[in-house]
Design a protein around this ligand. Structure first.
Ligand SMILES: [Mn+2]
Length: 507
């Protein structure tokens, strides 16, 4: 894996260094007999660098300039084997220690609880660039262009990655997988061409967990898409969602996601919030109607996020999104895609957002990632916290699983992680973390003491009068009568530390 990295980049690095050395010696007037030798060494290594096996590598940059090297069809990850389960004692970074796809936990196979998915945009379009610095990734499939040939090569890399990881679902935005053309017709044709290849490469076992339209990157969406102040943008966004839904359906996608990155405001002084929310609702109604028209049975999912890129996004959190769906009568048409990093940005835990979605009958999918407590933005890191994963899985089990949703790794490598094998290690780590969470949550459920502690806490409501209160059959006069009759209530301990002790004993 490190060796692979060296064969691609090592010769170029050495050639560069020797050429630099030659240059320096010349400047210092010290080069005489060694000049020809150094020149030959330089030439030889440059040649070796150029003819080294594999596709050329360029910065994984959206707008970079590099030679377009056509549609290369070789292996992109030659040093990586198919990832297998080796158990908790394994020290092999390229093996699962906790995720054993076929093993049954609480009567269901692990793969059916998890339904893992790889996010195309992070894994195959992530550049490592940030607002302060240039791209850092040199991936073997990239030629630095945004051409159709490049898009197809990335798609081949995607399916080799899925195959080696043993994951049968992927997620995409329309614009990640195919380049935008000069007009919408050309853009749609580009998308069709790449989608046709994806359909061929998917075979019968792989399909999208979900698809979505990217309605936030292009300048036309600066005021929003469905909530733009411009009716032309509203129409363009609808056309884009229509097409994205069609290709998701064509590829056998099981869900369709709306993340409204630009659906919000920067200032209420120039914004008609009521009108924008009404527009958003009309847009969602249109999407639900079109879904039925084309016979697409996938679940429509709204992905809450409080802010970033806008100052305030309309789908702030699960409760806000649920209220939006209720107000406009859309709860039967939509569910929620809860992202853990978005949960913490909105001031909640992921567990809170999952429980809020679940008890409202809206838990549809999870974007499995995590933020950094010391960094205030959406860092989209792979989950590594076993306690958090255990709480997530407690919600998933209570929900009876997520199907037709699943766990999508909306997560990326750190900017400084630049080896191809890091992409595998990150996914394996994320999958093992959640698999460990599932095993722990199952332990807690089978043990039963935590559930017992909770039901004991509310047992006074199991009385005759408690049942009647819960059934809405007791009025305030009756309650006052009871208060006089019972006198001062004896209030029991919440047993929080005991609950935490039981929880941590399962980790
Ligand atoms: Mn997401």
């Amino acid at each position: 894996m490190y060796f692979y990295h060296l064969t691609i980049n090592g010769p170029l690095l050495v050639s560069l260094l020797s050429c630099m050395l030659q240059n320096q010696l010349e400047k210092m007037g010290k080069i005489k007999g060694g000049k020809i030798l150094l020149f030959l060494l330089c030439l030889n290594i440059v040649t070796f660098g150029v003819i080294a096996d594999g596709p050329p590598t360029c910065p994984a940059d959206l707008g970079g300039e590099c030679n377009n090297s056509g549609e290369w069809k070789g292996e992109f990850f030659p040093g990586i084997p198919k990832i297998k389960y080796e158990g908790p004692l394994s020290k092999n970074p390229l093996a699962y220690k906790w995720y054993n796809a076929e093993e049954e936990i609480l009567g269901k196979k692990m793969k059916d609880w998890m339904r893992f998915s790889v996010a195309f945009w992070h894994t195959f379009r992530g550049t490592g660039g940030d607002p302060f610095g240039a791209p850092t990734k040199y991936w073997p499939w990239e030629d630095g262009t945004n051409s159709l040939a490049m898009a197809k090569r990335r798609m081949r890399a995607n399916f080799e990655f899925l195959d080696k990881l043993g994951v049968d679902k992927w997620c995409f935005h329309d614009r990640d997988i195919a380049p935008e053309g000069k007009a919408l017709e050309e853009t749609n044709a580009n998308l069709d061409e790449v989608v046709a290849l994806a359909k061929e490469l998917q075979g019968t076992k792989i399909h999208p967990l979900w698809g979505t339209a990217q309605l936030f990157f292009h300048p036309r969406y600066m005021h929003g898409a469905a909530t733009s102040s411009d009716v032309g943008v509203y129409a363009y966004a609808a056309a884009q969602v229509k097409k994205a839904m069609e290709v998701t359906h064509y590829l056998g996608g099981e869900n369709y996601v709306f993340w409204g990155g630009r659906e919000g405001y920067q200032s209420l002084l120039n914004t008609d919030m009521e009108r924008e929310l009404d527009h958003l609702a009309r847009f969602m109604e249109g999407a639900a109607a079109y879904k039925k028209k084309i016979g697409f049975n996938g679940t429509l999912l709204i992905e809450p996020k409080p802010q970033e890129p806008t100052k305030h996004q309309y789908d702030w959190d699960a409760a806000t999104a649920a209220n939006f769906l209720r107000k406009y009568g859309l709860t039967g048409e939509f569910k929620l895609n809860i992202e853990c990093n978005h949960a913490t940005l909105s001031g909640h835990s992921c567990h809170h957002e999952l429980e809020t979605a679940r008890i409202n009958g809206l838990l549809g999918n999870i974007d499995a990632n995590t933020g950094d407590p010391q960094i205030g933005w959406d860092t989209d890191q792979f989950m590594t916290d076993i306690a958090e994963a255990t709480m997530v899985m407690l919600s998933v089990i209570k929900n009876g699983g997520l199907a037709p949703g699943g766990f999508n790794f909306d997560a990326k490598l750190r900017r400084e992680s630049t080896d191809v094998e890091d992409l595998f290690i990150a996914h394996i780590g994320g999958m093992d973390t959640l698999a460990r969470g599932l095993r722990n949550a199952a332990k807690l459920i089978e043990d039963g003491s935590l559930a017992e502690l909770v039901s004991k806490r509310y047992e006074s409501f199991d009385s005759e009068i408690g049942r009647q209160i819960e059934a809405g059959k007791v009025d305030f006069e009756m309650l006052e009568k009871k208060a006089f009759e019972w006198g001062e209530p004896k209030v029991a301990s919440a047993k929080q530390e005991l609950a935490e002790m039981i929880f941590q004993s399962a980790l």
